[in-house]
Ligand binder design. Structure first.
Ligand SMILES: [Zn+2]
Ligand SMILES: [Zn+2]
Length: 556
C-alpha cells in the first residue's frame, strides 16, 4: 500500500520538445522512489550541426545515480527512437529489460550486428501481457503503428493509473498485427485514468490518417502498371509496408530482391515471429541481374537518402548488383524526415538523371504516418477520459497543439513540460515540482562524449575556418633559431590579389616577433600569444574569417 507521504511522479529525460531520443521515467514512493523506465531511444544527428557525430543519446546521469531503485525498463516498441540507445547505455544501468517478442528479437538482431556489443538480456512479455515491477502493475495494450507490436502501457499504481500511449494511430486494417485495442482502452477509461502521456507527432494534422490498406492498393496499382523494373524504398522496420510491397509484387508476378542490410535483418526477424507468414520467399540479390525487367522488384533501404544505403548507391550507379535504367520506376513509400530533404533530393535527382521515373507521397498515396492525427487524438481522449494530459513525443509546436486540443476536449489538467522536469501526478493537482539532470550525449565513433564538452563545437569551428599551425624555435636569450614552420589546413591558398596565404602568415609571424620588445621575447608564452594574434589578424584581414591558430614555441 502507499505510505501516507507517497507520490507518483513522471519525468521525461528525452523526447519532449524533439522527435527522437524517447526516455521517460515514472517514480513512486515517499522519500526513496522506485523508478520505472519506459523506452531508451536515440536521435539522429544532422551532419552540418554535429560533424562526425553518429547518434544523440539521452543523458542518464540521474538514472545511474538512482540505479538501485530502478525496477525495470519497458520498451513500447522496436523503433530506434525508442530502443536505439540501449546497446550503448544499458551497461551503465544493468537493469532488467522487458519487451514483446518482435521487439526483443529485433533488438537482439541489432545487437548482434554491432561488433563488440555486450550481451544484453531481454525478458519477453507476451502480447497483451501483464507485469508487476515494484509498485507498478503494467498492462500492455496493442496499438497500431508503423512497426509490429507497438504497445501502449497502462501503468497502475496505488495512486492511480497512467496511460503511456507510446507511438500509435488508429488503423482499422493495419496489415500486420491487430488494430488499436479500443475495447481495452475504453475499459481502462471506465475504471478511471489519472493521466495520459501521449504521442503528439501529428497533432497539427486534421482528420484521420488513411489506412495501410489504402497504401497497399496504391502500391499494387503502381507495381502492376510499371513497364520495366521497379524499386521500392521504405523504412527498414516497416513490416506492414514490406508485406504490402511483397503481395503487390506477387500479384504482378514479380520476384522480390531485398537490397540493404537493415531491411534483411528486419525481414528475417519478421519471418521468425510470423509477421510475414504466407509471403513468398524473396530471391537472392545475385538473381536480380538475371530476372527479366518486368519480373523483378527491388525492395531497398535508403528512403532518407542515407549515402551508404542501397538506394543512394543505385542512384549513383555504384551498386555492384542492382542497376536501374531509363523506363524503370522507383517508389518512395516513405516520408522525408525533416533534416533529410537535401540528401533525399540528391538521390531523386540521381535517379531522374538516369531516366528513372520517381514516385513519392507528394503525388500518390504511397505512405501514411504511424502517428495519430487530431480526430484520432480526440478518440483516445474520449476512450480514456484522463484527469491529466501530458503531451509527449513531439516538437514544441506539436506539444502545444496537442495541449490545446486536450483542453478543448475538456481534460481538466493539461501540462506541457520539458525534458528534465519532474512532474507530480498525485496526490494533489499535477504540477512541475522539481528538476532532474537531463541532457544529451553524442556517439562519436566508438566513444560517448558529453554534449557540453567542447569536442564537437571545436570540430564545427575547424570545419568552418580551418587551422594555422606555427612552430617556432627560440634560443635562451630570445632569438629565433630558424625560420618558423607554418602549416595551413582548410584555408584558401591565396588572397584576392594572388598572394599566398602561407606568405601572409609568415610575414605576420616575423613582424609580431620584431615588434615584441626584446626582454619579452624570452618568454615563450608571450611570444606564442603575440604570434597567434598577428597571424589570425593578418589572415582575417584578407579572408574575413578567423581560423584557429596554434603556436608551438620550443626553447632550445
Ligand atoms: Zn515508433
Ligand atoms: Zn517514436
Amino acid at each position: 500500500m502507499a505510505g501516507a507521504g507517497s507520490e507518483l511522479v513522471f519525468a521525461p529525460l528525452g523526447g519532449i520538445g524533439e522527435i527522437g531520443m524517447n526516455l521517460s521515467i515514472y517514480g513512486f514512493g515517499e522519500r526513496t522512489r522506485s523508478w520505472l523506465i519506459v523506452d531508451c531511444g536515440v536521435s539522429f544527428a544532422a551532419e552540418e550541426h554535429l560533424p562526425g557525430v553518429d547518434l544523440i543519446l539521452p543523458d542518464i546521469r540521474y538514472l545511474i545515480q538512482e540505479r538501485r531503485n530502478i525496477v525495470g525498463l519497458v520498451l513500447t516498441h522496436a523503433h530506434e527512437d525508442h530502443m536505439g540507445a540501449l546497446i550503448d547505455l544499458w551497461p551503465r544501468l544493468n537493469v532488467p529489460i522487458y519487451a514483446t517478442p518482435f521487439a526483443a528479437a529485433l533488438f537482439e538482431a541489432r545487437r548482434l550486428s554491432e561488433p563488440g556489443a555486450p550481451k544484453i538480456p531481454v525478458n519477453v512479455v507476451p502480447l497483451g501481457g501483464h507485469l508487476q515491477l515494484g509498485p507498478f502493475a503494467i498492462d500492455f495494450i496493442n496499438v497500431a503503428h508503423s512497426i509490429p507490436e507497438a504497445n501502449a502501457l497502462a501503468i497502475c499504481t496505488p495512486l492511480g493509473t497512467v496511460l503511456h500511449t507510446g507511438d500509435w494511430k488508429i488503423d482499422p486494417a493495419p496489415l500486420v498485427g491487430a488494430p488499436t485495442d479500443q475495447g481495452k482502452l475504453s475499459a481502462l477509461g471506465d475504471q478511471g485514468v489519472l493521466a495520459l502521456v501521449g504521442d503528439s507527432t501529428n497533432a497539427i494534422r486534421d482528420g484521420r490518417s488513411p489506412s495501410e490498406t489504402d497504401v497497399a492498393k496504391t502500391l499494387a496499382d503502381l507495381i502492376r502498371t510499371a513497364p520495366a523494373r521497379v524499386a521500392v524504398t521504405t523504412f527498414a522496420s516497416h513490416v506492414g509496408r514490406i508485406r504490402a510491397v511483397a503481395d503487390a509484387a506477387h500479384a504482378a508476378e514479380r520476384e522480390v530482391v531485398v537490397v540493404g542490410r537493415a531491411m534483411e535483418r528486419v525481414i528475417q526477424v519478421a519471418r521468425e515471429t510470423g509477421y510475414l507468414d504466407g509471403v513468398q520467399d524473396f530471391r537472392e540479390i545475385k538473381s536480380y541481374g538475371y530476372l527479366p525487367p518486368d519480373k523483378v522488384l527491388a525492395l531497398c533501404t535508403g528512403s532518407q537518402g542515407e549515402p551508404r544505403a542501397a538506394l543512394a548507391r543505385i542512384a549513383e550507379d555504384e551498386h555492384p548488383e542492382v542497376t536501374l535504367t531509363r523506363g524503370d520506376r522507383v517508389i518512395f513509400s516513405s516520408r522525408t524526415i525533416p533534416g533529410n530533404e537535401i540528401a533525399v533530393s540528391r538521390v531523386i535527382n540521381g535517379l531522374v538523371g538516369q531516366g528513372v521515373e520517381v514516385i513519392t507521397d507528394r503525388s500518390h498515396l504511397v505512405h501514411v504516418s504511424g502517428h495519430p492525427r487530431r480526430a484520432e487524438l480526440m478518440d483516445m481522449i474520449g476512450w480514456v477520459r484522463p484527469k491529466i494530459l501530458i503531451p509527449a513525443h513531439g516538437e514544441v509546436l506539436h506539444l502545444a497543439e496537442h495541449a490545446k486540443l486536450a483542453r478543448a476536449a475538456g481534460v481538466s489538467q493539461v501540462l506541457v513540460c520539458r525534458n528534465g522536469d519532474l512532474v507530480r501526478l498525485a496526490p494533489g493537482p499535477a504540477a512541475i515540482v522539481d528538476e532532474v539532470p537531463a541532457g544529451r550525449i553524442y556517439k562519436d565513433g566508438a566513444l560517448l562524449v558529453d554534449a557540453e564538452a567542447r569536442t564537437v563545437a571545436a570540430r564545427r569551428r575547424l570545419s568552418f575556418a580551418g587551422i594555422v599551425s606555427v612552430a617556432l624555435a627560440l634560443s635562451e636569450n630570445g632569438a629565433l633559431v630558424a625560420d618558423a614552420e607554418i602549416e595551413l589546413i582548410g584555408i584558401p591558398e591565396t588572397d584576392t590579389g594572388g598572394q599566398s596565404m602561407a606568405d601572409i602568415a609568415r610575414e605576420a609571424v616575423d613582424q609580431a616577433f620584431e615588434t615584441l620588445p626584446r626582454p619579452r621575447r624570452r618568454d615563450p608564452n608571450e611570444v606564442a600569444e603575440a604570434v597567434r594574434r598577428a597571424v589570425r589578424g593578418a589572415i582575417a584581414e584578407r579572408w574575413s574569417k578567423k581560423p584557429i591558430c596554434h603556436v608551438h614555441v620550443l626553447t632550445v
